[in-house]
Ligand binder design. Structure first.
Ligand code: ADP
Ligand code: MG
Ligand code: ZN
Length: 622
């Protein structure tokens, strides 16, 4: 199956740029102030004391202002000069020593300023102190960044403050409830418990019940994870703190961690409440995997999330929800008990659910009488809820562009292609042929599980992609746990290979879609042969242990024997699968065709479908 993984880009780091601009403005202001003062103090030219004497004798000096050892000389023509005198001697004495005549001195006014004047000190100290202050400020600024505002929790300009958007229950305009989310009944069912806890926390606390702290919503992009999280808050009527994983990650180290701290503090203060961390894979990727080497920032943020969740008291009444398209890359630490131990899976909608979603998004759009949403649902396999929303929107735009007041069926049909070609959809685009192959492949698994005596019964079949898989058939054992016999393993094996067998039987060709099946089949057979001693030719000898490492030294010859035995068992299983499917080919066709039509079959529907072909669906007896 095509790779259906997809990632979203990070949002713009607006906050960070604002803060840089603030820093630049402060820098500019400080250096402006400094140069102004520097200019004030250096506007006048400096002269030697003997030049001053000459000027005094020539009667060119009007006033000498003495502050400390500095002489400010104002000449009769208005120009100003500065000079210095010796420290010990007074000004008159100095001038006399240099040979100024008493007459000349009498014509010059001498003004002695107090040295302790504030202006004097400022003038002398500022030129040195300002740059130093600025340096100190800068060092502190950088330092507190790298500490993540560890000093008292807040860094300058509230770098570390949570940027969570809060939706309060009073915001009626933004209120989302379960009614806004079509389909996904199983997911809603699981979340009702969370809603009830948030509504009546005391009921649960009184009886000593432990309530899930963390709920992880997983599923393909656009399946309504964010929407459903909002709906939980809307149903419970509690504040909803919403933050996206990529928003945690900022350029400066440690900001993410302090943001997490802040977010949890806010939420606790507003409890009962919900914290929602969207796209948590941006911070919660398993450590040491992915984005080239260690990323301290992500790791610190992730650790802080774990610390906060572990530190929760049951009385805190805060439920943490998170969403991801990529549950497969999440760090296992996030999934441990007491953290995100509840998993809720949202699947892409099947035909029935697509119709319901279309109905929701057609609600505010005036439709022409000819619009048939069921037909649209049939034509949009593989579309997510978000795709369907944008489909209805495109249709409305098309109608408006042609100055029509209502949306026609032709508008919607014409928009399907546009949405399909959109950048978001390319990755999970299903061609018609692919869908057919997936339908027969899954039907193949299902028919074998019904036809073989010891295989587990089918619970659900779907051709809706889930993660990497194009579709899946869920079969569950009748009993929870028991010793599994060799016959059961062999039937299971044939069932695992049923997808490949069906492709071969119907299309005369095979695809890579069975790679997962073949992997697990191989693993099972290897264990049967080398670990559980189930091979006739090799006998009850353990060659390998659980993790396929050697427990017994064996020769290359034995290794080859093991390999041959594994291959031969798998080939035999594939043959059995092919023979059985050939026998029930009509049933296979019927199931595949039904799947192409409705996309998902539950156990009862499936059992009814295969009955006319002489296959009895196994059902758990109660
Ligand atoms: P995700 O978070 O899983 O990527 P979103 O919750 O952001 O998906 O979904 C995007 C939009 O698609 C929603 O705002 C909603 O309008 C629409 N949508 C998705 N799933 C559904 C659904 N099951 N019912 C109604 N609308 C849906
Ligand atoms: Mg989302
Ligand atoms: Zn398969």
């Amino acid at each position: 199956m095509p790779n259906m993984k997809q990632e979203k880009g990070k949002g713009p780091k607006i906050g960070f740029f604002t803060q840089i601009i603030i820093a630049i403005v402060i820098f500019a202001a400080l250096s402006g102030a400094y140069s102004l003062i520097a200019k004030l103090t250096s506007k006048t030219t400096e002269v030697t004391i003997s030049q001053v004497v000459q000027m005094v004798n020539a009667g060119e000096v009007k006033t000498i202002i003495v502050s400390g050892n500095t002489l400010d000389i104002v000449a009769t023509d208005g120009t100003e000069k500065v000079s210095k005198k010796e420290t010990e001697a007074g000004i008159t004495e100095t001038l006399k020593n240099y040979g100024v005549t008493p007459e000349a001195l009498a014509k010059t006014s001498i003004d002695i300023k107090s040295e302790s004047g504030i202006g004097y000190w400022l003038l002398n100290i500022l030129p040195i102190a300002l740059p130093m202050l600025f340096m100190l400020f800068f060092v502190w600024f950088l330092f507190s960044q790298s500490r993540g505002g560890g000093m008292g929790g807040k860094s300058p300009f509230s770098f570390g403050q949570s940027k969570a958007r809060v939706t309060n229950p009073e915001d009626e305009g933004k209120k989302v409830t379960f009614a806004s989310v079509a389909g996904n009944e199983e997911a809603k069912q699981e979340l009702i418990e969370v809603v009830d806890f948030l509504k009546n926390p005391q009921k649960y606390l009184d009886i000593g019940a432990k309530i899930p702290k963390g709920v992880l919503l997983t599923g393909n992009p656009g399946t309504g994870k964010t929407l459903l999280a909002r709906a939980v808050a809307g149903e419970a009527g509690v504040p909803f703190f919403h933050l996206s994983g990529s928003e945690f990650v900022e350029m400066f180290v440690g900001v993410g961690a302090s943001r997490v701290r802040d977010l949890f503090e806010q939420a606790k203060a507003a409890s009962p409440s919900i914290i929602f961390i969207d796209e948590i894979d941006a911070v919660g990727r398993s450590r040491g995997v992915g984005t080239g080497g260690g990323n301290d920032e992500r790791e610190q943020t992730l650790n802080q999330i774990l610390v906060e969740m572990d530190g929760f008291e049951p009385t805190e009444k805060v439920v943490v929800m998170a969403a991801t398209n990529r549950a497969d890359v999440l760090d296992v630490a996030l999934l441990r008990p007491g953290r995100f131990d509840r998993r809720v899976f949202l699947s892409l909608p099947d035909r029935k659910d697509r119709e319901l979603i279309l109905k929701i998004h057609a609600n505010e759009k005036p439709l022409e009488a000819d619009v048939d949403l069921l037909v649209i649902a049939e034509r949009t396999p593989g579309f997510s809820g978000a795709d369907l929303e944008s489909l209805m929107n495109e249709a409305a735009i098309l109608a408006a562009r042609q100055d029509r007041k209502t949306v026609a069926q032709s508008d919607v049909l014409a928009s399907i292609e546009k949405v399909m070609m959109g950048p978001e959809r390319k990755s999970h685009l299903h061609t018609k042929k692919d869908r057919e192959i997936v339908a027969y492949h899954e039907a193949g698994h299902a028919i074998l599980s019904s036809a073989l005596e010891h295989a587990d019964p089918v619970h659900k079949i779907t051709i809706i992609p889930r993660g990497d898989a194009g579709g899946y058939t869920m079969s569950l054992p009748l009993e929870e746990s028991k010793l599994i016999s060799k016959k059961e393993y062999l039937d299971d094996l044939a069932m695992m290979l049923g997808g490949r067998a069906a492709e071969k039987l119907i299309f005369g060709d095979i695809t890579g879609g069975a790679s997962g099946d073949i992997q697990s089949a191989t693993k099972t057979v290897r264990s049967m042969v080398a670990q559980w001693g189930m091979s006739e030719s090799l006998g009850p000898v353990a060659y390998n242990d659980k993790d396929h490492s050697m427990v017994k030294e064996y020769s290359d010859e034995t290794a080859k024997k093991i390999d041959d035995e594994v291959a031969s068992i798998i080939k035999e299983a594939l043959n059995r699968a092919e023979e059985t499917l050939a026998k029930y080919k009509d049933a296979l066709e019927a199931v595949a065709k039904k799947l192409l039509e409705v996309e998902t079959l539950e156990q009862a529907e499936y059992n009814a479908l295969i009955k006319p072909f002489g296959l009895i669906g196994k059902v758990k007896e109660v």
